[in-house]
Design a binder for this molecule. Sequence first.
Ligand SMILES: [Zn+2]
Length: 161
Amino acid sequence: MKFIADSMLGGLARYLRMLGFSTEYSNSIDDKELIKFLDEDEKTILLTKDRILKRENKKYGDRIILISSDDKKEQTAEVLSKLNIKDKISPFSRCLDCNSKLVKIKNKESVRNLIPEETYKYFDEFYKCPKCNKIFWFSTHTQRMDIIIQKILKKVEDISL
Ligand SMILES: [Zn+2]
C-alpha cells in the first residue's frame, strides 16, 4: 500500500512518512497527476481534501479517501482508522523530507565526520537517507515524534469507539 497526498495535505504526508507509510507529496501537483498515480499502481491510495475530485472520480471508489479534518494529527488518525492500519505502522523508518526508506548504518565509524562529536559519542545506532544523504539517530527529535505518534494512536482509538 502506498499513498499520494494532494497539495493541501503536506502535514499529513510527513506524518504518514513518520509512521513508515510510503507517501508521495508535492505542493504543486494537479488533479490530473494525482489520478495518474492511481492508474499507474493499483496499490496506491489518494488522500484529498477536495470533495469535487472525489465525486468526479467515483470509479476509484475507496481508493480515494476524502479527509475531513484540518488538523494533521486528526487527519492521520482518519487514515489509520479508515484503512485499519494502526498495527502496520513502522515509525522512523522513512525520510520525512523525500519519502525514501532509511538505511541502517552498519559501520558507525563511517559517519564520524558527518555528525557532531557529542552525538557520535552518545549514540550507537545511525540511519541514513539514501536520497538526501541525511544522517538520523534517536534523539530528543524522535522522542518528540514519539509523543505525536502516541497522540495519533489515541485519536484512532477515539474514532473507533
Ligand atoms: Zn530523504
